[in-house]
Ligand binder design. Structure first.
Ligand SMILES: *Cc1c(COP(=O)(O)O)cnc(C)c1O
Length: 405
């Protein structure tokens, strides 16, 4: 399939609706993406035709559901280039995956060990580590960022030592759009023997990562950020880590044998998949991956870069408008403010014109504190957005500015 924007847009039923009498312009893709009918159809097909619990039944429906769920795991493995399918653990999403790893490390870390996070993390990538530090006596260190919203690599190198046990960093900042140099970050961490977890929630819709090439230890993401449903995601962990970490939750499906004296755990990935999973979600996640690969990540990136460039140029024409996140490596996220105007007020007015943007701290309060602002207006573009939608945004922001100043 070549990049046919008209055709792509027709795959997304929601894009043809109106909001407040205007055609919907959906620019909140960093919060969640919209879903193509290929994904919606996979959900309807599952519940209409082969809904059953997996792994346990010998009956036909159970086997069909199990096969489809495991096929999705293999699709995800291939997409992210994990070595083994058992290294792909289905989760409820990024937050769940991070907590699962944090829980596993609570038995490994000792007092005085150090964990490094970046200054531009999502709250879901800060709070679990603070909890982990409280529990273990480990110390949290932060890689600072500069005015451009770029991590200061020289400072990162100074933080690393043989006390460093874990490094956590997002691939792309959801609040700024900065693409972090994860390959270099991973290499440096490994030189001191630390493990690395990459939060791919924001990058997976823009970039296809190669987990083996990155040599990352843990990688988490959410299906809903990449055209899949909410409530499902994956945690990738290298097989050796999977065998080492303690399970997160006890229950059905994660055991090898249970007696009242002792329980032995199942192997990967089931050790970390207690209880009935989001079967339909996993299958639909697979459908989303197929859909994105059919369009192709090169084409997606090229179109999104065009949107980013155009939106940046057009928005900067507005007097008093400041963009946060101006580093050289950026994805299609534009976070901005207009001098003297609260971001919330801009968001409210552009919504009246059918445009969905996000306002606030974007679950990244430390970034807002860094810039000493209450929040930003964030427009985040996906491959199904158009240059005309950028124009609609720019005109709406101009109108908001006129009304508010
Ligand atoms: C969305 C997002 C999360 C949280 O994902 P959930 O699906 O809410 O668990 C974490 N990190 C980043 C960078 C995100 O963009």
């Amino acid at each position: 399939m070549s990049f046919n924007l008209q055709k792509i847009r027709s795959d997304f039923p929601i894009l043809s609706r109106e909001v407040n009498g205007y055609p919907l312009v959906y620019l909140d893709n960093a919060a969640t993406s919209q879903k193509p009918k290929q994904v919606i159809d996979a959900i309807v097909d599952y519940y209409s035709n082969y809904n059953a619990n997996i792994h346990r039944g010998v009956h036909t429906l159970s086997q069909e559901a199990t096969d489809a769920y495991e096929a999705a795991r293999h699709k995800i493995q291939a997409h992210f280039n994990a070595k083994e399918a058992c290294e792909i653990i289905f989760t409820a999403g990024t937050t769940h995956g991070i907590n699962l790893v944090a829980n596993g490390f609570s038995e490994i870390l000792k007092k005085g060990d150090e964990i490094i996070v970046s200054a531009m993390e999502h709250h879901s990538n800060i709070v679990p580590w603070q909890m982990l530090c409280e529990k273990t006596g480990a110390v949290l260190k932060v890689i600072p960022m500069n005015e451009e919203g770029v991590l200061v690599f020289s400072e990162y190198k100074k933080l690393l030592s043989n006390k460093t046990k874990l490094v956590f960093v997002n691939h792309i900042s959801n609040a700024l759009g900065t693409i972090n140099p994860i390959k270099k970050i991973i290499e440096k961490a490994h030189q001191v023997g630390a493990a690395v977890l990459v939060d791919g929630a924001q990058s997976c819709s823009h970039i296809k990562p190669d987990l083996q090439k990155l040599d990352v230890d843990f990688y988490v993401t959410s299906a809903h950020k990449m055209c899949g449903p909410t409530g499902v995601g994956i945690l990738y962990m290298k097989e050796a880590w999977g065998n080492k970490l303690a399970p997160y939750q006890g229950g059905g499906e994660m055991i090898a044998e249970v007696t009242f004296e002792k329980t032995t755990y199942a192997g990967l990935p089931h050790k970390f998949e207690a209880g009935t999973p989001n079967i339909c979600g996993g299958i639909a996640f697979g459908a989303a991956i197929d859909y994105l690969n059919e369009i192709g990540f090169e084409a997606i990136e090229a179109h999104e870069n065009e949107l980013l460039k155009y939106a940046t140029e057009q928005l900067l024409e507005i007097e008093g408008l400041k963009i946060y996140g101006t580093g050289p490596d950026k994805t299609s996220v534009v976070s901005f403010n207009i001098e003297g105007i609260h971001p919330y007020d801009i968001g409210t007015i552009v919504d009246k014109l059918g445009i969905a943007v996000r306002t606030g701290h974007h679950c990244a309060q430390p970034i807002m504190d860094f810039y000493k602002i209450p929040g930003t207006v964030r427009a985040s573009f996906a491959f199904y957005n158009t240059l005309e939608e950028v124009d609609a945004l720019v005109n709406a922001v101009k109108k908001a500015k006129m009304m508010l100043s």
